[in-house]
Ligand binder design. Structure first.
Ligand code: G1P
Length: 289
């Protein structure tokens, strides 16, 4: 079945970016000139997703403002004949149909996804965590959609990380099926050190069947006292196949200030219109240290 919808949880407090997140949602922080959110919506759109459901919380209205038409600005730019800027203004809203649901209490990622149950309905969908920025073409979601069609089951993105950081992530226990693909037999959210089942960590891209909502409804608080998506998935695999896929591409952690800086540099070095300046900036800083 075609994947038409994506759920993007964006209701968190953004504590790692305080104080800026007192008034700017973390999801609107930029890599160069576009907010994190726009990169992941573009990645979903490229994979054929037509509708994006963003889960936000009260006080983060600037996220929905971003995706509204900016008529006055567009009129001014049209009057001055600046087509390039006009295209940039229209870009975000043109990627997909965007709607919003509210998560009133910060009860965890699993709970945030559950808030989108009605908006998703009875069809498979993608969950995208906008902290995880993945650079590659084709994008990680497009790769996963293809894998999901091949195995006819849900797929979650994973990557191998050094053992000393594994306890910060959801971790998968899988049986290798083919190159990059593992059938999941267990998973755990933020395992204590020395109890990690593997070094395959979950990255914020999931293709899930709609049945996940029933399991999330019955999921009790787990790691950090929160309703974890990983725990809902662990219940799901008793009755449904689920695969872990090592995507092709580089993941950046846009959820921390230094991760965002890293992503910004990498993207600036990659973009035609910024790469020269970014390169000379790096050279300039080399002399500083
Ligand atoms: C969430 C998920 C975790 C996953 C991580 C990837 O954790 O719960 O399984 O490994 O995203 O970024 P969080 O970063 O919200 O603590």
């Amino acid at each position: 079945m075609k994947i038409r919808k994506a759920v993007i949880p964006a209701a968190g407090l953004g504590t790692r970016f305080l104080p800026v997140t007192m008034s700017v949602p973390k999801e609107l922080l930029p890599i160069i000139d576009r907010p994190l959110l726009q990169y992941v919506v573009a990645e979903a759109a490229e994979a054929g997703v037509e509708e994006v459901i963003i889960v936000t919380s009260p006080g983060k209205e600037s996220i929905s403002d971003y995706f509204q038409p900016h008529t006055a600005l567009e009129q001014r730019l049209a009057a001055s004949g600046d087509q390039e800027l006009l295209d940039r203004v229209a870009e975000a809203a043109g990627l997909a149909k965007v709607s919003f649901v509210l998560q009133h209490e910060a009860l965890g990622l699993g709970h945030a996804v559950l808030m989108a149950k009605e908006a998703v309905g009875d069809e498979p969908f993608v969950v995208i965590l906008p902290d995880d920025i993945i650079a590659h073409s084709p994008g990680a979601i497009a790769q996963m959609v293809q894998v999901s069609e091949e195995v006819n089951a849900g797929v979650i993105a994973v990557e191998e990380l050094p053992w000393e950081v594994i306890h910060n992530y959801g971790v998968v226990d899988g049986t290798p099926v083919s190159d990059r693909l593992h059938k999941i037999k267990g998973m755990v959210e933020k395992p204590p050190r020395d109890q990690e089942p593997s070094n395959l960590t979950i990255v914020g891209r999931y293709i899930l069947p709609p049945q996940i909502f029933q399991y999330l409804e019955n999921t009790r608080p787990g790691a950090k006292g929160e309703i974890q998506l990983t725990d809902g998935l662990l219940a799901l695999i008793h009755d449904h196949d689920l695969y872990a896929y090592q995507f092709v591409g580089k993941r950046f952690d846009g959820g921390t200030p230094m991760g965002l800086l890293r992503a910004s540099l990498a993207f600036a070095l990659d973009r035609e219109d910024t790469k020269e300046e970014a390169l000379s900036l790096l050279r300039e800083f080399q002399d500083w240290i």
